[in-house]
Design a binder for this molecule. Sequence first.
Ligand SMILES: N[C@@H](CCC(=O)N[C@@H](CS)C(=O)NCC(=O)O)C(=O)O
Length: 222
Amino acid sequence: MITLHGFAASNYYNLVKHVLLYKQLPFQENLVYAGSEALLAVSPVGKVPAITTAEGLNLSESSVICDFLEETYPEIRLYPQDNGERAVVRQIMKIAELYFELPCRRFIPYVFSGTDAPESLKAEVRQVLTRGITALNHLCKFTPWVAGNDFTMADIYVYYVNQIVIKFGSSQLDWDVLADIPGMKAWNDSMGESEIAQQIAADRDANMPEFIEKVTALINAK
Ligand SMILES: N[C@@H](CCC(=O)N[C@@H](CS)C(=O)NCC(=O)O)C(=O)O
């Protein structure tokens, strides 16, 4: 059976968990936090998530895990069969990660320590987000799914990226980033209504107090 390592407060953990649930794959969860030896044993850079495959292989990096799951368990598909269409789906995922997720992630320490990020950082993040908005406006279709008629890995990926944008980016910048992509907010809300997303959100909320305790201890130790 597959083991998913990490913690439910992590959006990256949750996007892989969403893929596992969507593909109806049996898996067990192993609660480990960043910075632990247990995580380093399965994730070379010590980041969440990692999986141990049914064959005992340890894998980290969410997009790599997503590709592995699709290639190994293609019965319930999340990528188009056509090479070009599949590349477009991956392009959306990559752009969402590079231009939405990663810049907004830079605000996490400020939000958790209850401080305001420096203006210079806010300006940098605004600039990257602006490029992301232009790109996603160009690529996202919402007809009704992100890449067009079919539900794909990009729907799952962008949904969990958006959680970081909303929680950290929009709050620090006082900017409703998703509103700048017509169709994004309605699609995001509809994604949140699925049974899988709701189950994952409930697990995330249950883990949040313990996660906050860990992060606060780390910040105070610095
Ligand atoms: N590139 C990694 C990023 C994963 C990541 O940043 N995970 C966070 C939790 S949401 C983490 O483990 N942070 C701990 C750290 O940066 O040391 C992926 O795609 O899986």
